[in-house]
Design a binder for this molecule. Structure first.
Ligand code: MOS
Length: 700
């Protein structure tokens, strides 16, 4: 076969394409980590602590070992050692992924044993029979705004920023807003729970997993088990949601331990309930926002403080006070993230960590300031557009927030809005509209990719990307096709295999942008290598790219996606029911690769914002230290019936300094969405809601 002679660019990018693996997914041909068959597969079932703090006194495994099919019971007396004294790709590991290493119990639902059996049913039966005795100690899971043991967190971006004299600025302000806002503990609830199968093959560890980054998880497992990184392979081809929760977790570690001891493949799948304690979550927050403004709404003083909780063994901070560092400037500008250590599992990244709860507080406070100044909320934001990053002092690569508001206001019909609250009704319903701003950082990280020109005239891209349901594989197919100047059906993109080399994880809204950079770089190089009409050898011609230097050379600037969220709600004050009637989000998010999946992703974020405003709340029982209703019956999320009319769209947005011109859309869709809904509830009823969710009992 000879190389293609097409030279005309085909421009697949920017046109709507259904997912390349969509047919496989809807027909069941796509296999997920928990359903790929293996010979000799054994099944592990995690046993979780039933106390919140204390020690394991005894694990009576003899009776369980005699049960049908049971192969082994792993716990702190017999488990292989793992090490957590390393710094991985995302920093030091959470020591709670090092299971079965000691007898301490740091939170309710901590893994104390793994029962392994021939079938999943046998493992579960035995796990439920296993008797574990504890010595309990008093615990503390009470998250409150006034914790005396709250501390200012260490470290880089998340800690404290301060410029100007805050108190003087507030005292001199004609208009002041000073309010507290709270958000509850929230959980990711991916459709596919966490699952891993581990086995040893030819002296190498092979793990089939569901995660957001195969080279990341492979590196963590190599560190934890002191293995040569080259001897660990992790694959994760299809992933049914991640949202920040799918990194290295107890299930992979337990599966590797059991596979090592039994020398056969072992699968560990989390149950829906186990996900609530083993997969991370979003910390509750207590935030205080103080705004001082001139009579015309221009800010002269701004303070945003946020308290979140972390576990007793690892620090993870929900950096909610970071939002004004991008959004609004003032002569006095102070932000602080604080934390309190409690006897709870370590929280983790959850879609727009920091920005989601932080934008609820800040964008609510802006709405309150607009009310006090007698200004339209969009006009207030226009008057507070910063010329440079309020904290960094760096220029913005581009900043299209007002472009989003203009387009959104026009399409939503904002111009006719009467700003006074509580005036409109439709039968028993009070009606209101609200808006809020959104932003999310647009970063890039080094990645590698390989592309092979095959002898049959097709192309194979190999990159250890993760498609966690976003459509990333399809986006990369379009980008590679354009880069190679061929039709997308001649390009096959293989992802989710650590053998393909290091690449960014699906996280921080940086996945597609970072992978696109590596794929387009490799495509350009491969085109150079291919002689039109020339022969391709049977093994094909392969080039590899590495964007480490190019990404490192990107000039330091403030790079962000922006958005404007609009919501219309109806509130029944008699029953406390709040219905979102319609919602519109307009975003400025760089080049949109695939409009079809981009819209899905943005709308998904906005729906999560509705859910955050009205439904989601994990409730912890202070007496037991565990959750009430840790499942999808007890933890309410928005469903189709909650989302009648929702639209996401975008405006032209071009970063002149960025070779990919992609900004990432994974997270900006949820930012500001809850505030748009709660601001609309105020407009309907005249009642401000500063604690989420707005449950029916809280409406009036
Ligand atoms: Mo996302 S919370 O960076 O997976």
């Amino acid at each position: 076969m000879t190389t293609p002679t097409t030279t005309k660019p085909l421009h697949a990018v920017g046109t709507a394409h259904t997912r390349v693996e969509g047919r496989d997914k809807v027909t069941g041909a796509a296999r997920y980590a928990g359903e790929i068959p293996f010979d000799e597969l054994a099944y592990g079932w995690l046993v979780l602590s039933t106390v919140t703090r204390g020690r394991i006194r005894s694990i009576e495994d003899a009776a369980v070992l005699a049960m049908p099919g049971v192969l082994t019971v792993l716990h702190h007396h017999n488990a292989p050692p793992v090490h957590t004294d390393y710094v991985g790709l995302m920093g030091p590991p959470d020591p709670t992924c090092a299971v079965f290493q000691h007898d301490r119990v740091p939170f309710m639902g901590w893994p104390v044993a793994l029962v392994v059996a021939e079938t999943s049913e046998q493992a579960r039966e035995a796990a439920e029979t296993l008797v574990v005795e504890y010595e309990t100690e008093p615990h503390d899971v009470a998250f409150t705004a006034d914790r005396p043991d709250a501390y200012a967190v260490d470290g880089h971006m998340q800690a404290v920023t301060a410029k100007g004299d805050l108190e003087a600025g507030l005292a001199a302000s004609a208009v002041v807003v000073d309010e507290e806002y709270t958000t509850p503990e929230e959980h990711h609830n991916s459709m596919e729970p966490h699952a891993a199968t581990a086995r040893w093959e030819g002296g190498r560890l092979d793990v089939i997993d569901s995660n957001q980054g195969v080279t990341w998880v492979a590196g963590e497992l190599a560190n934890l088990f002191s293995l040569d990184p080259a001897s660990v392979r992790v694959r994760s081809e299809h992933v049914g949601g991640g949202f920040g929760s799918k990194g290295v977790r107890a299930h992979q570690v337990a599966a590797v331990m059991a596979a090592t001891i039994l020398q056969r493949p072992v699968r560990v799948v989390m149950t829906r309930r186990q996900v609530f304690t083993l997969a991370g979550y979003r910390s509750p927050t207590a935030q205080r926002v103080r705004l001082g403004a001139h009579p015309d709404g221009r800010l002269r003083a701004l303070e945003h403080r946020s308290l979140s909780m972390t576990s007793s063994v690892h620090e993870f901070v929900e950096p909610s006070a970071g939002v004004p560092r991008t959004m609004y400037d003032a002569e006095a500008h102070h932000t602080a993230n604080r934390a309190v250590r409690l006897d709870v599992p370590t929280p983790t990244w959850m879609r727009a960590p920091g920005e989601a709860p932080g934008s609820f507080a800040l964008e609510s406070a802006l709405d309150e300031l607009a009310e006090k100044c007698g200004l339209d909320p969009i006009e207030l934001r226009a008057r507070n557009e910063p010329a440079r990053g309020p904290v960094s002092g760096l220029p913005f690569s581009n900043r299209n927030l007002l472009g989003c508001f203009d387009e959104g206001a026009r399409r939503f019909g904002w111009a006719d809005r009467d700003p006074r609250p509580g005036l409109r009704s439709d039968g028993r319903w009070l009606l209101g509209t609200g808006t809020a701003a959104a932003s999310f950082p647009a970063g890039a990280a080094p990645s590698t990719a390989g592309i092979t020109a095959e002898a049959d005239g097709t192309f194979t891209v190999r990159i250890s990307a993760a498609d966690i349901g976003t459509g990333a594989r399809t986006a990369l197919t379009l980008l590679a096709a354009d880069g190679l100047e061929v039709a997308p059906d001649r390009v096959r993109v293989r992802i989710g295999d650590s053998e393909f080399g290091p690449a960014m994880i699906a996280g921080g809204s940086m996945g597609t942008r970072s992978w696109a950079w590596a794929v387009t770089t490799a495509a350009a190089e491969l085109r150079e290598r291919l002689v039109p009409g020339g022969d391709i050898p049977p093994q094909g011609i392969t080039v590899r790219s590495d964007t480490t230097a190019a990404v490192g050379a990107l000039a330091k600037m403030e790079r962000h996606s922006f958005g404007a969220q609009f919501a219309e709600v109806a509130v029944d004050v008699a029953t406390g029911e709040v219905r979102v009637r319609r919602m519109l989000g307009i975003f400025a998010a760089g080049r949109i690769v695939n409009p079809l999946t981009a819209r899905n992703q943005l709308v998904g974020g906005m729906i999560w914002g509705i859910s955050m405003a009205l439904h989601e709340e994990a409730v912890r029982d202070e007496v037991s230290g565990g959750h009430y209703g840790a499942d999808l019956a007890g933890y309410h999320i928005a469903t189709h019936a909650d989302v009648p009319d929702i639209e996401a769209d975008w405006i032209e947005d071009h970063d002149p300094h960025d070779p990919t011109n992609i900004k990432g859309i994974g997270e900006v869709g949820i930012v500001g969405a809850a505030a748009a809904v709660t601001n609309a509830v105020w407009h309907a009823t005249g009642v401000r809601h500063r604690s989420l969710p707005i449950r029916p009992d809280r409406v009036l």
